[in-house]
Design a protein around this ligand. Structure first.
Ligand code: IPE
Ligand code: IPE
Ligand code: MG
Length: 234
């Protein structure tokens, strides 16, 4: 199945909480299973020859969850980033991050920097983790950057176009997603890549994220291969 493979797949990894509840486990057990599934599925995605994967791991709004869950998610990130640092010694994945990472504690920020540096030259799948990410927040931060440039005399209103704006986004220079997959049954984008998803094909699966496996991924890719993308043209 190589016909019309997306270059960039974006995933809203939803359903960890319900996965845990079904098993009478705490929410964080679901997040752990979800984090493990991401490692497994990334390998599948790399094997298929897809170039970019961008996953929604933690939204700006998720910080409104109970303190215990938020702390659990942060702890899980520490653990998994350490694991990814180890993985980078033997795999070829490039790790990037989108979202406002300045809000995290220094030790976590340090791990993020280490991962970015260690994998900068890697030529395999590029995995971008969206953490403390919100599409609106990203656009607000982009507007701020542009105004700062304008205030310093390096930018005039006429210089602002889709290209200059795109360059100020967290995702730059990664191309826009071709396929968005949302697991867990909800049919919404929940503030994910509002600008970048403008022409993405949207695939919704009822499968809860920790259960979303290689077969489910194939289902999404087969569906994608059958889409005709028009970008507003005839
Ligand atoms: C998605 O799983 C992961 C995060 C938001 C961090 P949820 O925790 O939202 O799972 P559900 O929607 O409650 O099942
Ligand atoms: C989106 O899922 C965010 C992540 C998967 C990280 P949510 O569970 O937070 O989205 P809503 O609240 O159902 O819209
Ligand atoms: Mg959810």
């Amino acid at each position: 199945m190589t016909a019309k493979l997306p270059a960039h797949v974006a995933i809203v990894m939803d359903g960890n909480g319900r996965w845990a509840s079904k098993r009478l486990l705490p929410h964080n057990a679901g997040h752990r299973a979800g984090a493990q599934n991401l490692r497994t599925l990334s390998e599948e995605i790399e094997k298929l020859g897809i170039q970019y994967l961008t996953v929604y791991a933690l939204s700006t709004e998720n910080f409104s969850r109970p303190e215990k869950e938020v702390q659990g998610l942060l702890k899980l990130m520490h653990e998994y980033f350490q694991q990814y640092i180890e993985d980078s010694k033997k795999n070829d994945m490039r790790m990037r991050f989108i979202g406002d990472t300045t809000r995290f504690e220094p030790e976590l920020q340090q791990k993020i920097e280490t991962l970015k540096t260690l994998t900068r030259e890697k030529k395999g799948l590029q995995v971008t983790l969206a953490i403390n990410y919100g599409g609106r927040d990203e656009l607000v931060r982009a507007a701020r950057k542009l105004v700062r440039e304008a205030a310093s005399g390096n930018l005039s209103p006429g210089d602002i176009n889709e290209e200059t704006l795109a360059r100020t986004l967290d995702t730059f220079p990664t191309p826009y997603p071709d396929l968005l997959i949302r697991t867990g049954g909800e049919k919404r984008i929940s503030n994910y890549m509002l600008w970048q998803l403008a022409y993405a094909e949207m695939y919704f699966s009822d499968v809860l994220w920790p259960d979303f496996g290689a077969k489910d991924l194939q289902g999404a890719l087969t569906w994608f291969a059958g889409r005709q993308r028009r970008y507003g043209g005839r």
